[in-house]
Ligand binder design. Structure first.
Ligand SMILES: [Zn+2]
Length: 276
C-alpha cells in the first residue's frame, strides 16, 4: 500500500504536469471510486475549474481548484494517477476516473483492486471526510518531535507498531515504514506505547523522519500492484532493513529477521537489535 513517500512522490510527479490546467470534462467510469456523490454531480462541479495546487495530508492528495473547488484522492491499495496525451483514456488502460485537461492531455485514476476513493466538493471536504479531519501530525513537518510522540502514546496500552499505523497518532505511515522505523530505533514492535520513555520516543521520532526522507529521496518503495506515475518506479525496496526480509540476515548484527503478527498485520523485526 502506498505510504507517505509514495504519495508524496505522486504529488511531485503531478505538480508540473497539471497545475494551472483547466478541467474540460471529468468522467467517473467506476462508481465505486466516488463514495459520497453521484458521478454526474461530481462532473458538474469540476467542469471548467482550474487546478491551482496539489498538497498532501498524510496519505491523502488534495487538489485545490478555482472557485473554492476541491478534489481529494486516497490511493488506498493500488490506486495510480498518471497523465497521458489524448482525449480519453488510452487504449488498453482501464481508468476508474478520467479528467480531460485543456492541453490535450488527461489525468487517469487507475486502480486494479478498486479500493481507492475520490471526493469532490468545496473546501468543506477537509473537515467532512472521515479520517482526514482527525489526522495526526505529518512526520515530515516540524510538528513531529519526540515529545509530541511521547505525549500521544505515553498512556496507550497498544503495541507501538499499531500506534505507528494509527493515522490519528501520526499521519502517513503504513506497514513498511513502521517496521523500518522500529528497527532503526531498536524498539521491539510489541512494546506497549506506555513503556517507551522520552528518550526512546526522541530516537523513534527521528528514525521515522530519517527513514521517510530517505525513502522520498529514492522515490519510495515499488512493490506488487503499485507503480508511480505512468512508468516510474521507486528504488527504496533495495534499502529495506527488515520489511519483507523474513529469515534473511540482519544487516546490523547478522541475526535472523523474524516475522510476527500484531493486530492482524505482519511485523518484521530483528530479535537482537530490537529486544522485547
Ligand atoms: Zn539485528
Amino acid at each position: 500500500m502506498p505510504e507517505l513517500p509514495e504519495v508524496e512522490t505522486v504529488r511531485q510527479y503531478l505538480l508540473p504536469r497539471i497545475v494551472d490546467r483547466r478541467i474540460v470534462t471529468a468522467r467517473f467510469l467506476d462508481h465505486r471510486v466516488l463514495p459520497l456523490m453521484e458521478a454526474a454531480a461530481a462532473s458538474q462541479i469540476l467542469i471548467g475549474r482550474t487546478i491551482h495546487d496539489i498538497t498532501r495530508r498524510g496519505k491523502y492528495l488534495v487538489f485545490w481548484l478555482s472557485a473554492q473547488g476541491m478534489i481529494i484522492v486516497h490511493l488506498r491499495m493500488t490506486g495510480r494517477l498518471f497523465v497521458v496525451d489524448g482525449l480519453g483514456p488510452p487504449a488498453g488502460e482501464r481508468c476508474s476516473a478520467w479528467f480531460q485537461l485543456d492541453n490535450g492531455q488527461g489525468l487517469c485514476f487507475q486502480d486494479t483492486r478498486r479500493f481507492g476513493t475520490i471526493y469532490v466538493g468545496d473546501q468543506q471536504l477537509l473537515s467532512e471526510i472521515p479520517g482526514l479531519a482527525n489526522l495526526g501530525p505529518d512526520p515530515t513537518s516540524s510538528k513531529w518531535t519526540g515529545s509530541v510522540l511521547h505525549q500521544r502514546i505515553h498512556q496507550r496500552r497498544a503495541p507501538i507498531k499499531s500506534l505507528l499505523l494509527n493515522q490519528t497518532v501520526v499521519a502517513g505511515i503504513g506497514n513498511i515504514y513502521a517496521d523500518e522505523s522500529l528497527h532503526c530505533a531498536g524498539i521491539h514492535p510489541q512494546r506497549l506505547g506506555l513503556s517507551l520513555d522520552a528518550e526512546e520516543c526522541d530516537t523513534l521520532a527521528q528514525c521515522v523522519k530519517d527513514i521517510l526522507q530517505s525513502a522520498l529521496a529514492y522515490e519510495g518503495t515499488t512493490f506488487r500492484d503499485f507503480r508511480l506515475g505512468y512508468d516510474q518506479t521507486g528504488s527504496f525496496q533495495e534499502r529495506l532493513q527488515v520489511y519483507g526480509r523474513t529469515g534473511e540476515e540482519c544487516r546490523h548484527c547478522s541475526g535472523s529477521i523474524e516475522r510476527i503478527s500484531i493486530a492482524g498485520r505482519s511485523s518484521h523485526y530483528c530479535p537482537n537489535c530490537q529486544p522485547s
